[in-house]
Design a protein around this ligand. Sequence first.
Ligand code: ADP
Ligand code: MG
Length: 349
Amino acid sequence: MFDNKETTGINHLGEFGLIDHLTKNIELKQPGTLKGIGDDAAVLDFTGKKTLISTDMLLEGIHFDLAYTPFKHLGYKAIQVNLSDVYAMNATPSQVTVSIGVSSKFPLEAIEELYQGIYVACEKYNVDLVGGDTSASKQGLIISVTVLGYADEADIVYRNTAQEGDLICVSGDLGGAYTGLQLLEREKLVYLENPNIQPDLEGKDYIVERQLKPEARKDIVELLKAWSVTPTAMIDVSDGLASEVLHICTQSNKGCNLYEEKIPIDPMTYETAREFNLDPTICALSGGEDYELLFTIKQADYDKLKNHPDISIIGHITEASAGRNLITKAGAVHELKAQGWNAFKNSQG
Ligand code: ADP
Ligand code: MG
């Protein structure tokens, strides 16, 4: 990505020089950040609140491919996936730490862009970067982000508290990040075969953005609060809808009925899945990385959410003995499985 530009090696800066270079302009915003970067530890104040903490690690070649992932987007996404976990607890993220392992193959400019993405995300979501660690890496790029957040104890929403009769809701639409990834992978192969051919992502902005630049659903948490709806259980959709619904059912010791026709799928996701000979529903169920919020609500809250364009009611919670069911558009009942690709496809005919 930086092949044609003049670049600066990171070796001559050294670890301290690099950290200083990347973090010297930080402005702390959170009143709870008493000390950020620069001492042996950050000092935070969560007066009167419960503290939430979550970590996600991203490895080059496993979680991202630099062939089509701009560094800035990567930094942005590394923050978003962490914020999403705090919102999924119905809490407010307030600080992050960022640890990186960098090989000398990366120029300083690449790491600067990574941090630009990190700062854009932090700014937008009002979180402070308060620390991290920096190490050399023998091969790929490693990014580990830890996020801290806060909430009143009574507001925290867990995965294991869904009740029989609760409605299952999901924000936004699903399967987009996965079909976006299919598209990027295809264009990468085309490029590797013939570097003169430019990637053809024309008209596919939405799903490419869903993959490269996800947004944590702060707005949904705020909306639920504004409408006095406290979800009975909640999780973010990082591994695909099926997997997340099953997490809530298993941890709550409940069953579910999920309706295929209710699963929100954007038209571009639908079309692109078809182009790739994929079932759009399966992209939503098993694709992952959508970073939407999946939550259950009491039936009494139905009227408050039923007409919201960004929230879909896709099923309900049952007693455990009723099983975890996916009811297809044709009315057939299947067991909901986290990787139900083949079983589901075959039985659909
Ligand atoms: P120590 O030797 O005590 O671990 P470091 O030299 O690693 O300290 O870090 C110095 C300061 O810079 C600390 O406040 C640390 O949190 C911060 N820091 C180190 N690496 C990063 C990074 N990649 N991003 C943000 N802050 C960092
Ligand atoms: Mg250190």
